[in-house]
Write a protein that binds this ligand. Structure first.
Ligand code: SME
Length: 160
């Protein structure tokens, strides 16, 4: 079996457990970062960026602000529409980037990152943040990883 194959059903079940009985997003997102960092192979950064409008409880989002994560120190603010994270938030679309050096405007927080996947999170029909996973390997993330991370994000959306 490919060492990279992730048991996404198991991961999703654990994410559901973090969400059940917990009404605050901060501890759940923190534990999901830890879980994904522990479970996924060949990954150097896992975490969340949260819309500034959510943190301020209203208005339109103009920036993503660093949330819970595992990995090296990262940039704190990402303008909406910039980098892989800001572009995924603006387009409201999962972005799977096989080679970050080919992505115009990619923001290099950790110079070791080669590929990246960013999944938007929603509340009330709006993007309220993103789940971001980086890898030091090219083309680390497959369609199954995308489906698994999107399923985890959908579970987390119950927190808002
Ligand atoms: N690479 C991201 C920035 C966040 S870090 O990877 C943690 C981007 O281009 O938006």
């Amino acid at each position: 079996m490919d060492a990279r194959v992730t048991d996404w059903n198991m991961v999703e079940r654990q994410v559901r457990e973090f969400v059940q009985g917990e009404t605050r997003w901060l501890p759940a997102l923190s534990n999901v970062s830890a879980l994904l960092a522990e479970t996924l192979t060949d990954v150097n950064w896992v975490g969340f960026y949260v819309a500034d409008a959510l943190l301020a409880s209203g208005g339109s989002a103009t920036e993503l602000v660093l949330g819970p994560f595992q990995g090296k120190v990262a940039c704190v603010r990402i303008p909406w529409g910039r980098g892989v994270c800001g572009t995924a938030a603006e387009r409201d679309q999962t972005l799977r980037v096989d080679n970050v050096h080919n992505f115009p405007g990619h923001i290099a927080c950790d110079s070791a990152s080669r590929s990246e996947i960013v999944v938007p999170l929603h509340a009330n029909g709006r993007v309220i943040g993103v789940l971001d996973v980086d890898s030091p390997c090219l083309a680390r993330f497959c369609e199954e990883d995308q489906r698994g991370l999107e399923a985890c994000a959908a579970v987390l959306e119950a927190l808002w």
